[in-house]
Design a protein. Structure first.
Ligand code: ADP
Ligand code: MG
Length: 255
């Protein structure tokens, strides 16, 4: 179970904006699929950084309260320990690669787990097949398109087989055909895991166990799609904008 109680974080240091999240009370049960939504800048990515330990390890600022995964304290633990528990695919895939070639990057994702060579080979092979990544193997990562990079980042996160997966607009740059494939793969591979998703296309996340609507760094509303649609004007508005953007995208693509 993931648990945050009264958590505040504000970006500090030289480039600190003073923005962040406030008074976050949240529990996510094992195996739940939770969606974070809200306007740009409302704190979605910041909340995921608290759960994957990048805050406070990579981002300077003031943190109040603890982020717990069962009885493990993410905020105080080592990043490598957290990384066994949480796999993440970020919004901006450019900033998350450690290797130049795609195959090396996938192997790298498993190396810190202490697996045998043989086991790593098997896992990589299985994931490459499942995600249909064969044509992208042994390529220079930095010459791939944004969507292809995101597929590699997704594969690397999956390979770790961590019980918690964070997808921060993980399909934002992927084309429609690959997005469908990736979504199917996400459904299969994340089955039984705890999944935290940030997505702009709200229609894709209707079936989540729980949707959290963030507003100015706070959780403004929480519930299923049906409950929020019935009770929350802000959520209905966000949904309407998402639908509008999507129909616009489809029209543009059809020209
Ligand atoms: N690395 C950072 N340094 C300083 N401020 C940041 C940083 N990342 C995000 N912020 C600020 O924190 C707030 C929340 O941002 P973020 O969590 O990225 O929002 P979202 O993912 O919902 O768009 C915003 O005001 C943003 O400008
Ligand atoms: Mg974000």
């Amino acid at each position: 179970m993931i648990r945050l109680k009264g958590v505040d974080f504000h970006y500090g240091g030289e480039n600190g904006s003073g923005d962040g999240v406030d008074g976050i009370d949240l529990t996510i049960a094992d195996g739940e699929c939770v969606v974070l939504c809200g306007r740009s800048g409302c704190g979605k990515t910041t909340l995921t950084r608290l759960i994957n330990g990048l805050i406070p390890h990579f981002y300077e600022g003031e943190l109040i309260g603890d982020v717990m995964i069962d009885d493990y304290n993410v905020s105080k633990g080592e990043l490598s320990e957290t990384s066994r528990r949480v796999g993440s695919v970020f919004q901006n895939p450019k900033s998350q690669f450690f290797n130049i070639d795609t195959s090396g990057e996938l192997v790298f994702g498993c190396e810190n787990l202490g697996l045998s060579h043989e086991e790593i080979g098997k896992r990589v092979e299985r994931t490459v097949t499942d995600l249909k990544l064969r044509p992208l193997m042994d390529r220079n990562i930095f010459e791939l398109s944004g969507g292809q990079k995101q597929r590699i980042a997704f594969a690397r996160a999956i390979l770790k087989d961590a019980p918690i997966i964070i997808l921060d607009e993980a399909t934002a740059f992927v084309d429609a055909e690959n997005e469908r494939k990736m979504r199917r793969a996400i459904e299969q591979i994340t089955n039984g895991k705890t999944v935290i998703v940030i997505a702009h296309k709200l229609s894709s996340i209707k079936n989540a166990d729980k949707i959290l609507l963030l507003d100015h760094g706070r959780i403004a509303a929480e519930g299923t799609h049906e409950a929020l649609t019935a009770s929350c004007g802000k959520y209905r508005k966000l949904w309407a904008i998402s639908e509008e953007t999507q129909s616009w995208t489809l029209k543009e693509a059809g020209r």
